[in-house]
Design a protein around this ligand. Structure first.
Ligand SMILES: [Zn+2]
Length: 139
């Protein structure tokens, strides 16, 4: 998930997606929303946006709330997210950084990292195709 930044929020701030309880960690996800949201919701929203092109998307409530907050169709947010992920994956320096400092445990081999990088890129590209279709249907 790129584009997420950890931020401090004033006392009593509530995440716009789950205002009924207190949260610990907040993030600003400027790609999607210019407003701090909690860690749990940012995670749920990420997957909801990736699944938005599926027939029975998960997290419909989250997506509806996102539309209220941003004032634009969720498919637009989903498209920016997926385009951003693809741009990240297509930068050779990011792959080289991952190979130099793998984040996974147990530490994968170079060829495993390269393979999974390619799989992720292919996956995001297929998500992009679905979302683009969805965006066109909604016009
Ligand atoms: Zn939340």
């Amino acid at each position: 998930m790129s584009g997420l930044k950890w931020v401090d929020v004033p006392d009593g701030y509530h995440c716009p997606f789950c205002p009924d309880h207190d949260d610990e960690d907040f993030f600003v996800w400027d790609l999607i929303l210019d407003q701090p949201i909690c860690h749990g919701c940012s995670y749920d929203l990420y997957f909801a946006l990736l699944e938005a092109g599926e027939e029975n998307p998960i997290g419909t409530d989250l997506l509806n709330r996102l539309e209220e907050l941003t004032g634009k169709p969720f498919v637009e947010s989903a498209l920016s997210l997926v385009r951003n992920e693809i741009a990240y994956l297509e930068k050779e320096e990011n792959l080289q950084a991952e190979i130099a400092h793998p984040k996974e445990i147990p530490v994968p081999t170079r060829s495993e990292i390269e393979r999974s990088w390619q799989e992720k890129t292919d996956h995001f590209k297929s998500v992009l195709v679905k979302l683009t279709k969805l965006a066109e249907e909604k016009k």
